[in-house]
Design a binder for this molecule. Sequence first.
Ligand SMILES: NC(=O)c1ccc[n+]([C@@H]2O[C@H](COP(=O)([O-])OP(=O)(O)OC[C@H]3O[C@@H](n4cnc5c(N)ncnc54)[C@H](OP(=O)(O)O)[C@@H]3O)[C@@H](O)[C@H]2O)c1
Length: 279
Amino acid sequence: MTDDAIRNYPELAALVGDWPKFLQPILNAQTLSGKQIVVTGAGDGIGKALAKTLACLGANVILLGRTRSKLETVFDWINQHTNTDPVIVPCDLARLDGTTVATLVESIRSHYGGLHGLVHNASMLGPKVPIAHYPVEQWQAVMQTNVNAVFMLNQGLFELLDASYHSCVIHVSSTVGQQGRAYWGAYSASKFALEGLNQILADETETAGKIRVYSINPGGTRTAMRREAYPLEDPTTLPTPEQHMSLFVFLLAGSLLPGSIARELPTTGAQLDARNWQE
Ligand SMILES: NC(=O)c1ccc[n+]([C@@H]2O[C@H](COP(=O)([O-])OP(=O)(O)OC[C@H]3O[C@@H](n4cnc5c(N)ncnc54)[C@H](OP(=O)(O)O)[C@@H]3O)[C@@H](O)[C@H]2O)c1
């Protein structure tokens, strides 16, 4: 059974009926009520779909991204269709510094009092050129956005996540983070590093058992980044961002609300493919 907010999100509403049976009981506007979740890159693509989906389930979403106008559009939609308390955090992760992280931590602490989820979804593709010709400045910008900022946010927000009894960190990765491919340069290297961060954080938090950590590979998805990587591809042949939401909801709701879903979560640190996670 769906709720009003999901009905107002037709791209998602058309899909939830086919979500696995074990997710159906949590498809309501109260499931994630009182839970705060940071989504980076929340203004577009997969991050935008995720922010709206989580708000439909009652979460207060902290919308972090580069372009203020895009974040405002998502913020306005959430305010119009849900009873949640979103905030926008305009921030270029390529320039993230300790002061900005400290301000973010303090704002979350004072406004909400706690944090339960962190989804590292933002990333830069960078140029698709051979290593021999890869511009150093662009290499550094991609690594800064896709790896260093993830490390800094994980470090800065750790205390808040750890203070919540159950919390979850998700790293959005890529197929080229598992197998290097010619011309994918810094993007591919950054996703390998992201997989490393995922495994390290999972290993460090497993014994305490409070924070669950996952990596999701969405695979080719109908977004601006995919168009930039494959300009000649027919986008209608690709899944939409909404088609990946069931996996994000399973991992986040399952981690934040143990016992709410009648299916065991994957081991912390697992790497999941959004296209075939139910197989
Ligand atoms: N689409 C695919 O086929 C595919 C495949 C495998 C993995 N992925 C991964 O899925 C995730 C989401 O990608 P997507 O396809 O949804 O891409 P997208 O539509 O281009 O969205 C990426 C988002 O990240 C934000 N972002 C980029 N650089 C940023 C920075 N320096 N600081 C803050 N925000 C920044 C963008 O902000 P602006 O809109 O303001 O630029 C945008 O909102 C990425 O991690 C990507 O690597 C995607």
